[in-house]
Write a protein that binds this ligand. Structure first.
Ligand code: GDP
Length: 445
């Protein structure tokens, strides 16, 4: 996501790195480059204008700083302005004082609304809410069925019209669903509405009627980030036709340019609240303008990485591993395997690496990272006997041949793994003895 923009901006900054101070001409040239980078990323023109004017004004007025060199100062200004254009503060979901909180989804067909309904439901469930998914899309023959499938995957309940009771009338269904939620003690209701291929009045009217019938606490406009500039005009049409409180960007994984993300908030005045980055239900999170700006400027997204780790591992598991890691004592191939599987649980390695600072330059290598390499290493360790895993020193030539055969790899691969393991063990011992990690069990306090 945002690769083109990210690359362009990073190269603008690197050409500033050698400068002692910024002249007026330097600022002009830099702003010109930033302007091109934004336009190429499909950012809407009015947004580009505002952005560049802001950066220019601040760069001119920038005080000579002891702490930051000129390039860093420009990066900081651009970062601040990106955060601003993306909405500044993270806008959280507003829950109703008297449950259920009603969330209505609107958007074009194919925007990813139904998928999003499932993602949002799963996300809410993880936070101990009890969402109810409502199929108020009665246009598409499969819509109710599709939502039921998504609900099952998300592990939440679904409300679909009873035969003979309001079938065909999404407004009745929406109204009934709220009563149902009250009876069944669902604290959040997510209403999926019908989309069409293009903007049409009937669609808008239906969405507006549902809105009037259920008075949602949040109307979320769901938009596919891959449709580029069209995202802006669609957003405007929905703003006029239905009105909405927040935006959900979908398919950010597929969008190399990402202009929609940078334009929609500025044009509609409504915050981006969530972002979807894949087809799976877990490819979804709240949208944080500051973290997104960091990612665009290749400063990494460590906070998201840490949150993901916290979600995946239980604390005891992590503390136990940290202890072994920092002391190097008793670290066996068994632990190595366990650790690898923990990382694997956090999601595709590519995504994890992408969140580390400075990884932008290594994008090609990262794209070649194959999760199956980890699976091969796991297979090798699994082909070892418990004794071998505890004490890899005993793995001699004939054992290596047996392990290679058992895991379907070459003897060289087994050798490499064993050598890498000894290196890692040595390094951990050195770290534990030399510097340690303050506050970690086994580390220096
Ligand atoms: P709806 O018509 O708005 O309900 O859209 P759907 O939820 O049916 O989604 C349309 C297509 O987009 C489906 O094939 C989804 O799997 C896919 N999709 C939805 N969200 C994402 C996303 O964030 N990334 C990617 N790559 N595909 C997505």
């Amino acid at each position: 996501m945002f690769e083109t923009l990210s690359d362009r901006l990073t190269s603008v900054f690197s050409s500033l790195r050698s400068k002692g101070r910024l002249s007026e001409a330097d600022i002009d040239a830099t702003c010109r480059e930033i302007r091109i980078a934004l336009l190429e990323a499909d950012v809407a023109l009015p947004v580009v204008r505002t952005f560049v004017a802001q950066v220019k004004e601040r760069a001119r007025g920038a005080e000579v700083s002891q702490a930051l060199n000129p390039a860093q100062q420009v990066v900081k200004i651009v970062n601040d302005e990106l955060v601003e254009i993306l909405g500044g503060e993270t806008r959280r979901l507003r829950y109703a004082k008297n449950p259920p909180t009603v969330i209505m989804l609107a958007g074009l067909q194919g925007a990813g609304k139904t998928t999003l309904a499932g993602k949002l439901a799963r996300w809410l469930r993880e936070q101990n809410h009890t969402p109810l998914l409502v199929a108020a899309d009665l246009q598409r023959p499969n819509a109710v069925q599709q939502l039921s499938v998504v609900a099952e995957r998300a592990g939440v309940a679904v409300f679909a019209p009873e035969p003979g009771n309001g079938v065909g009338d999404p407004i009745v269904v929406a109204r009934q669903s709220i009563e149902h939620a009250k009876r069944q003690q669902h604290d959040v209701v997510i209403i999926d509405t019908a989309g069409r291929l293009g903007i049409d009045q009937e669609l808008m009217k239906q969405a507006a009627d549902i809105r009037d019938a259920v008075s949602p606490d949040e109307v979320l406009f769901v938009v596919d980030a891959m449709i580029g500039q069209d995202a802006v005009s669609t957003a405007q049409a929905f703003m006029e036709g239905v009105g909405f409180d927040g935006v959900v960007l979908t398919k950010l994984d597929g969008d190399a340019r990402g202009g929609a993300a940078l334009s929609v908030r500025h044009i509609t005045g409504r915050p981006i609240m969530f972002a979807s980055t894949g087809e799976k239900l877990e490819d979804f999170d709240a949208f944080h303008p500051d973290r997104m700006a960091s990612r665009i400027l290749d400063m990494g997204d460590i906070l998201t990485l840490i949150e993901q780790a916290q979600k995946t591992f239980d604390e005891q598991e992590a503390a136990k591993m940290a202890g072994k890691l920092t002391s190097g004592e008793g670290f066996t191939l068994e632990d190595f395997l366990e650790q690898m599987m923990m990382v694997r649980k956090m999601g595709p390695i590519k995504n994890l690496l992408g969140m580390m600072p400075g990884m932008g330059q290594m994008r090609d290598q990262i794209n070649q990272v194959d999760d199956r390499d980890l699976d091969r290493v796991a297979a090798i360790i699994r082909s070892m006997t418990p004794g071998e895993r505890q004490n890899p020193k005993m793995i001699d030539g004939s054992r290596r041949a047996r392990i290679a055969k058992g895991s379907g790899v070459t003897v060289t691969e087994v050798n490499n793994l064993v050598v890498r393991f000894f290196d890692a063990q040595k390094m951990m011992k050195r770290m534990a003895g030399g510097m340690g990690i303050p506050g970690m069990p086994g580390g220096r306090k």
